[in-house]
Design a protein around this ligand. Structure first.
Ligand code: MTE
Length: 361
């Protein structure tokens, strides 16, 4: 298990937000590649990292299935594997930029990363168990456990568990993964095996996966009723509390960083990343005047799978003083990032155009 102090001291790119359980923020972008190295990838844990012996680890698949099965790591690795690039973004990424910073892990821009995940498509694993026709949802459980933080918590310890609707779990890109960027998963990122649900906030990508249960009713566990939920207004009804699912369209500025000093009259490359739940991006724009005028940025990496795209725009600031940089992504279906955070989302789903204050000297 990685020592959190060593982590923070070994790289200025990492900030330990909570030591126990370990929660680490990263400097979200590698300017040379859309892929974030494992050692520069954020870590979000609710409970202590479990110690798992990969040789005796099993994945149990049961519930509404015809043949409950138990697979070893060897069984999984004997199946045809695939690799898929995708962004993992914590649903609270950017919380520090909300007014009156709310409770929760104090994430800046670094609770997001993009990696290449290798594993077996979940649907191939499910096919071996044979889902019953009335299965509607799958519950994924990790080996980690403890008493959760918020009120409305159960009296006894729980395991980290989250459900995903059946139609999503059958998509070919949803993986039971054992590798990140071509290396075995580290303990922080869920070794030996984790779920990867591309296009969804990473709350659904359950680490240290040990159990999958097919169910015939909605699952109402802690991590989708107390935490990771928001108020939605649907069909003219009273607001409903619903679980966080798909990633919202978003862009972030990686450079310049907050409060950076920039020389007047010199070129400054503004760069960052943009991503969606799967709908292709149409473009990214940058503003240096609080959103009054916008300039088109150029993409520096191709549209691929659920990976983020790098972009840049070259700025030559003239006016000395304080400036505010903002980026705004749009997709090919006409969506654009909003100017304001939606308060119904509380401290989650932070997709508005964030201001990065800089000083031109
Ligand atoms: N899986 C387990 N078993 N336990 C957890 O605490 N945290 C979830 C998800 N999967 C979590 C988990 C959340 S909230 C996030 S944002 C991602 O893992 C973070 O993945 P990472 O730590 O590999 O970046």
């Amino acid at each position: 298990m990685t020592n959190p102090t060593a982590l923070s001291e070994s790289s200025p790119k990492l900030k330990v937000r909570i030591h126990k359980p370990l929660n680490v923020e990263a400097s979200f972008l590698n300017p040379h590649s859309p892929i974030t190295a494992a050692e520069h990838f954020f870590v979000r844990n609710h409970f202590p990292i479990p110690e798992i012996d990969a040789a005796s680890w099993r994945l149990e698949i049961g519930g509404a299935v015809n043949n409950p099965i138990s697979l070893s790591l060897e069984d999984l690795k004997a199946m045809p594997a695939t690799t898929h690039q995708c962004v993992l973004e914590c649903a609270g990424n950017g919380r520090l930029f909300l007014p009156n910073v709310p409770e929760g892990v104090q994430w800046g821009l670094g609770a997001a990363g993009c990696a290449a995940w290798t594993g077996v498509p979940l649907r191939d694993v499910l096919a071996r168990a044979g889902l019953k026709p009335d299965a509607t949802e799958l519950v994924f459980e990790g080996a980690d456990h403890g008493i959760p933080e918020k009120q409305l918590k159960p009296k006894n310890e729980i395991s980290y568990a989250r459900s995903v609707p059946l139609e999503v779990t059958l998509k070919p890109e949803v993986l039971v993964a054992w590798q990140m960027n071509g290396e075995d998963l580290s303990p922080e990122h869920g070794s030996p095996v984790r779920l990867i649900v591309p296009g969804w906030y990473s709350v659904a990508s359950v680490k240290w996966l040990t159990k999958i249960t097919a169910i015939t009713r909605p699952f109402l566990g802690y991590f989708q009723t107390v935490e990771y939920t928001y108020w939605a207004h649907r069909g003219g009804l009273q607001p409903e509390r619903i679980p966080i699912t798909e990633i919202f369209l978003k862009s972030q500025i990686a450079h310049p960083v907050l409060h950076q000093q920039i020389r007047a009259g010199e070129a400054c490359r503004v760069y960052g990343a943009a991503w969606t739940a799967g709908v292709p991006l149409a473009g990214v724009e940058v503003s240096t005047d609080k959103g009054v005028t916008w300039h088109h940025a150029e993409f520096d990496s191709p549209a691929e799978d659920h990976a983020w795209r790098l972009w840049h725009w070259d700025w030559k600031p003239v006016d000395i003083g304080n400036h505010s940089l903002m980026s705004r992504a749009s997709d090919i279906e006409g969506r654009t990032q909003p100017a304001q955070h939606n308060e119904d989302y509380e401290s989650y789903l932070i997709d508005h155009t964030i201001s990065i204050p800089v000083e031109v000297v």
